[in-house]
Ligand binder design. Structure first.
Ligand SMILES: NC(=O)C1=CN([C@@H]2O[C@H](COP(=O)(O)OP(=O)(O)OC[C@H]3O[C@@H](n4cnc5c(N)ncnc54)[C@H](OP(=O)(O)O)[C@@H]3O)[C@@H](O)[C@H]2O)C=CC1
Ligand SMILES: CC(=O)[C@@H](O)[C@H](O)COP(=O)(O)O
Length: 258
């Protein structure tokens, strides 16, 4: 898709990538040091790995700051949403995985940031609403007046940032590995997640198994490391990963390591 698009033809709508696109206006491509994606941390921020074993689909369906559909809400809870956003940021902005960070910002007001080579970090802030990024994408590169209410600095508020707990939430590390691996591995990651998520929604597997299954599918995915020549090859990788993840879901549901 990136190869087929004309320069500037793809305008991001997702709040994080919209924020990065806005921050990037503050400098040249050569002046970019790091991209910093913000994550709410989801409903289970601060939980232990053991506590996640008993999470229900209903609990995973309650996002702390955004009202979204069931799949992206579950992906936010596993941090797979942020993992996919890291992959997307790499593809959209051409920045190496080593230079894309994630920070947990539970208030979801700073939607992402760019750090430049002189040490300046430019952040994009607005109350959590998709109206602004959608309006900006429609009007791009012009801003649409009144598309969202701005931050209110007349009352006290605190914006906090903390590191991701990669031990409890390994989804982002796995995505970086898949991205660095190249080929169709990121498609494998996405498809394995979708199949494992269905397993969780149906009650076949526990919550932490979703990301464990992604890791297990990726560990067997060496045949998909080659750069795909056609869309059909990507779809074949997608189907292979869905089938493999579904087999793992069934094995867990049948009692192995559940
Ligand atoms: N909601 C938000 O604030 C944000 C959403 N996004 C992204 O936007 C997308 C939509 O999210 P959201 O609106 O929250 O999700 P919803 O679950 O509310 O909506 C998803 C829609 O996609 C349709 N759909 C799902 N699978 C297929 C398919 N195979 N073929 C055709 N239609 C399909 C569903 O149809 P049906 O109802 O019939 O199943 C549904 O109408 C996601 O990719 C999400 O990551 C990104 C940033 C923010
Ligand atoms: C609204 C939006 O753009 C989502 O991507 C949202 O940011 C997801 O929240 P998490 O940060 O919890 O993944």
């Amino acid at each position: 898709m990136l190869d087929a698009a004309a320069p500037g033809q793809i305008v991001p709508v997702d709040s994080e990538h919209s924020a990065i696109a806005q921050c990037l206006r503050a400098g040249t491509a050569d002046e970019v040091d790091r991209l910093v994606l913000t994550a709410s941390g989801g409903p289970f921020r601060g939980w232990t790995r053991a506590a996640l074993d008993d999470v229900t689909p209903e609990q995973a369906g309650h996002h702390p700051t955004w009202s979204m559909g069931p799949m992206i809400t579950l992906n936010s809870a596993t941090l797979v949403n942020k993992a996919l956003e890291v992959i997307e940021a790499h593809l959209l902005f051409g920045v190496d995985y080593d230079r894309i960070d994630v920070t947990v910002h539970p208030q979801s007001i700073v939607h992402s940031m760019v750090t430049f080579v002189d040490g300046a970090t430019v952040a994009k802030a607005s109350p959590p609403s998709m109206k602004l990024p959608i309006a900006l994408a429609l009007g791009w590169p012009d801003r649409v007046p009144g598309s969202s209410r701005p931050c209110d600095f007349s009352t006290a508020s605190a914006w906090t940032f903390e590191p991701v707990d990669d031990e409890v939430f390994p989804a982002i590390d796995l995505a970086r590995e898949a991205g660095r691996g190249g080929g169709s591995l990121t498609a494998v990651y996405n498809a394995a997640n979708e199949a494992a998520a269905q397993g969780f929604f149906s009650g076949a597997i526990r919550f932490p198994r979703i990301v464990e299954i992604i890791g297990e599918v990726l560990a067997e995915a060496d045949e998909w490391r080659a750069a795909p020549g056609t869309v059909e090859e990507v779809l074949a990788a997608d189907q292979w990963a869905r089938d493999h993840a579904a087999r793992l879901v069934k094995a867990y549901a049948d009692g192995v390591n559940q």
